[in-house]
Design a binder for this molecule. Sequence first.
Ligand code: ADP
Length: 399
Amino acid sequence: MEVLVINCGSSSLKFQLINSETEEVMAKGLCERIGLDGSITYSSSKTDKIEKKIDMPTHNEAITAVIDALCDDEIGVIKDMSEVGAVGHRVVHGGEFFTESVIVDDSVIDKIEQCNYLAPLHNPANIIGIKACMNIMPSTPNVCVFDTAFHQTMPKSAYLYAIPRKYYDENKIRRYGFHGTSHSFVSKRVAELVNKPYDEIKTIVCHLGNGASICAVDNGKSVDTSMGLTPLSGVIMGTRSGDIDPGILEVLCKQDNMTVEEVTNMLNKKSGVDGLSTVSSDFRDINKAIEEGNTVAAEALDAYIHQIVRFVGAYVAVLNGVDNIVFTAGVGENNPSIRERIMENLSYLGVKVDKKNNNTRGEEIMISTPDSSVKVFVVPTNEELAICRETVCLVDSKK
Ligand code: ADP
């Protein structure tokens, strides 16, 4: 089956067409500046990356542009959309409604809408993408795969915030966690690599990209994770602060005469290693600046590593031991020096770095030595493939 995987943002739409049997990516691309002027970048087995300006007042025109490209005589990879068996959508927030992926119907859309207040930037855009697909491909099933679903197995002790109980009971203010598709994909792969049943191992996943989160997976279930109600909490990220003292909010509002929205925006977009280093959110730039003697950048990197080590240590305690630690996403897959520094701080667990294996980028590999008491891996994440697999699984089960 060909599966169209869609990740819809407020003004962008990423897509991949995947053959579920071979798991080959037949075509992929990105529509940007939806609602402004609009453009599509597209590559497929028939063409290298091309970019085209297309008028895209709404997501409907973006989806139409994707379909036109996929079915084009020259650059397309299918004859018509009847060849697409299903569409898999990444949906950011499923609240407490969704513990797994679902086939879309009206009640699903209604529940996602009820979660809009928890992810005001993402969920409305996800719904627009789903509705555009339903509109343009009415007979094709749509499946939602939620960033939050994998973490719905967390116990209350891990997800309750110590604020008056009514905020949980009435407003559902609690830890939800994100990157669930990635944490699930990567931790399942580790079980295959160590050749043990998924429900018999303890794994800590470090998803270190621009956004970053750590997850404790006990016997195949997420039992704690560093992001919270929103993706702002936890470890230091590219531009997001991660955990800070909530008291900072009032101090900054008063001292700098900022509104709560301005502070939140600053914590999301101007903080993290970007804000702290004053150099960049990109770790390649940070490493370069450090090589050139920038001590402020070095302090930012130290703080970043400190925070990750702190969370991993906390999750070893939560899991009461750990069998495997795994690095994934942009930084986790491509930055040997950051991995090595984190692993050196875990020598108390018996972690031993295999320096040769660790000196690789973007590869699936074991980076601890054979006698290391905890096995450490790099596993490249592939959220689109995970969404494709979930989509096929659900659609097939309804046949
Ligand atoms: P996102 O959360 O946006 O999906 P990514 O997972 O793509 O982010 O991670 C982005 C980060 O990964 C960049 O900021 C960069 O620091 C790091 N990164 C990506 N590729 C490389 C590379 N080849 N070498 C070192 N760092 C890299």
